[in-house]
Design a protein around this ligand. Structure first.
Ligand code: SAH
Ligand code: SF4
Length: 420
C-alpha cells in the first residue's frame, strides 16, 4: 500500500504527509469505547461493583471516556485505584488502530483504520475516515460498514465484497481517533500538527474551540443496513454530557432503505441525506439497484413523513453528476418537480472516478447549468465554494491516481457539500 500512496503523492498536488503509525496487534480485551451508560453499568456489574454504586461510577467513566478522551484507566483519577486496576484487567479504552494518516494542503486529513477480522486469525479489516476543516466548522466523515452489500454503479465501495458491519464501538471509535489525532480533547496539549503546506482555514479550532463539530455518515457502507449499531453509536456521540455533537450536526446518508428511514427519525433523531441520483425508476434501478426493492415513490413518501422534518430541518438529496446519464436539463427540471413539497436541500456531487468505473464526471459547464435550474427553483445551489472547485478540478485528474486517493477526494467532496 505504501508504494501506491507514494505514487499517489506524486500525482496529487498538495498531498503532503503520509505516515504509517503503528503495527497491528489483535486486541486481547474488549474496549469500553462506544458503550452506552447501560452497557457500562453492565461492565461494572461484571467486576462486582455493587448496584448502589454503579450509577455514580458510570457517570465517572462516561466523563473520562467521552469528555476527557483519556487513553488509559490510569488517567481516571477520580476512580479508586482498585477499581481502575480491575477495569484494566478486564477491559481497555482502545480505539481502532490508526494505520496511516494523510494530510492535504487544504488541511483535509484521512485516517486509515484497522479493525479486527470477524474470526480469529482472519485478516484485519480496514476502513477510512476523513476530516474536512472549514472556517467555523470541522466535519468528520465516518464509515458504517467494511464494504457494502449494495452495488451502486458509480460507487467504488460497492465493488468490494461486504466484509462486515462495524460495531457501535468502532463507529464511535472513529470520532475518538480523529479527536485524538487533532488534539481535540479539553485539557490535553495540542498535537504537533505539521505546519508546512497548511492552507487557508486548515487546522484551527472551530466552534467553541473544538475541531470536530459535524459528523456525516458518508464513508463506507450503508448505515441503515447496520441500523442498531449506527443508532447506538450516534446516541453516544450526541449525548450532551459526553462528546456532545448535536443531532442537528449529525447526518446519516442512505441509498434508500425505506423501512429504516422512519426509525432513523424516531430512534436517532439526526439529519437525513438521501442518495437519489436519478428521477426515474428505470434509471435509478440501474444506478442504485436497491431502487428495485424500494422505488422512488416509496422513498419519497418515507421522506415526506420523516419525523421532525421542517423547513429548518430539511432532508438533503444527493445527486451524483454522471456525464450523459442523469445530467440533462430535463433531469434537473424533473428533480425539482419531484421534490416539490418536501423541505429539501439538493447537493450536486461531481462524480469522482476510480479505476474501472464505467461513468465519467459531467462537464463543469453542464453542472453549472443543472445547478442553475435547481437554484432558480428556490434551492440553494450547492456547487460550490472555491475549495470545492479545486477538488472538482481534481475530478478528472484523479483518473490516474490510486483508488485510495480517489476515495479520499470523494469523501471530502461529499462532506463539504453537506456542510454548506
Ligand atoms: N451508502 C450510503 C452512504 C455512503 S455513500 C449512501 O449511499 O448514501 C455517500 C454518498 O456518496 C452517496 O450519496 C453516494 O451515492 C455518493 N458516492 C458514491 N460513490 C461516489 C463517487 N464515485 N462519486 C461521487 N459520489 C459518490
Ligand atoms: Fe456505495 Fe452507498 Fe451504494 Fe453502498 S449504498 S454501493 S456505499 S453508494
Amino acid at each position: 500500500m505504501n508504494t501506491d500512496l507514494e505514487a499517489a503523492a506524486a500525482v496529487i498536488p498538495g498531498f503532503v504527509e503520509k505516515a504509517p503509525l503503528e503495527r497491528y496487534v489483535d486486541p486481547d480485551r474488549p474496549s469500553l469505547v462506544g458503550r452506552s451508560r447501560a452497557e457500562l453499568a453492565a461492565a461494572l456489574g461484571e467486576l462486582g461493583v455493587p448496584q448502589a454504586q454503579r450509577k455514580m461510577r458510570v457517570q465517572q467513566l462516561w466523563h473520562w471516556l467521552y469528555v476527557r478522551g483519556v487513553t488509559s484507566f490510569d488517567a481516571m483519577t477520580s476512580i479508586s485505584k482498585e477499581l481502575r486496576a480491575a477495569l484494566e484487567q478486564r477491559f481497555t479504552v482502545a480505539r481502532p488502530e490508526v494505520v496511516a494518516e494523510q494530510v492535504s494542503v487544504d488541511g483535509t486529513r484521512k485516517w486509515l483504520l484497522r479493525l479486527p477480522g470477524e474470526n480469529p486469525n482472519e485478516r484485519p479489516h480496514e476502513v477510512e475516515c476523513v476530516y474536512i476543516p472549514e472556517t467555523g466548522r470541522g466535519t468528520l466523515c465516518i464509515s458504517s460498514q467494511v464494504g457494502c452489500t449494495l452495488n451502486c454503479t458509480f460507487c467504488h465501495t460497492g465493488t468490494q465484497r461486504l466484509v462486515r458491519n462495524l460495531t457501535a464501538g468502532e463507529i464511535v471509535g472513529q470520532i475518538m481517533v480523529a479527536r485524538d489525532r487533532l488534539g481535540d480533547w479539553p485539557g490535553l496539549p495540542l498535537p504537533a500538527l505539521p505546519r508546512e503546506g497548511r492552507g487557508d482555514g486548515a487546522i484551527v479550532p472551530t466552534d467553541g474551540g473544538r475541531f470536530v463539530t459535524n459528523i456525516v455518515m458518508m464513508g463506507m457502507g450503508e448505515p441503515l443496513y447496520n441500523f442498531e449499531a449506527v443508532r447506538d453509536a450516534l446516541l453516544v456521540v450526541a449525548d450532551n454530557e459526553g462528546i456532545a455533537i448535536s443531532k442537528r450536526k449529525i447526518t446519516v446518508s442512505t441509498s434508500g432503505v425505506v423501512p429504516n428511514i422512519r426509525r432513523t427519525g424516531e430512534e436517532i433523531g439526526v439529519m437525513l441525506a438521501v442518495s437519489l441520483h436519478a428521477v426515474r425508476n428505470d434509471l435509478r434501478n440501474e444506478l442504485v439497484p436497491l431502487n428495485r426493492k424500494y422505488p422512488i415513490e416509496a422513498l419519497l413518501e418515507a421522506c415526506r413523513t420523516y419525523p421532525g422534518l421542517t423547513n429548518a430541518k430539511r432532508i438533503t438529496f444527493e445527486y451524483v453528476m454522471l456525464k450523459d446519464v442523469n445530467d440533462s436539463l430535463a433531469d434537473a427540471r424533473a428533480l425539482v418537480r419531484l421534490l416539490a413539497g418536501i423541505p429539501a436541500k439538493i447537493n450536486l456531487i461531481p462524480f469522482n472516478p476510480w479505476p474501472g468505473a464505467i461513468h465519467e464526471c459531467s462537464d463543469w459547464e453542464t453542472i453549472e447549468k443543472f445547478s442553475a435550474v435547481v437554484f432558480n427553483a428556490g434551492y440553494s445551489a450547492p456547487v460550490r465554494t472555491p475549495r470545492g472547485r479545486d477538488i472538482l478540478a481534481a475530478c478528472g485528474q484523479l483518473k490516474s491516481a490510486t483508488e485510495k486517493l480517489s476515495a479520499r477526494e470523494r469523501m471530502a467532496l461529499r462532506a463539504m457539500a453537506m456542510t454548506e
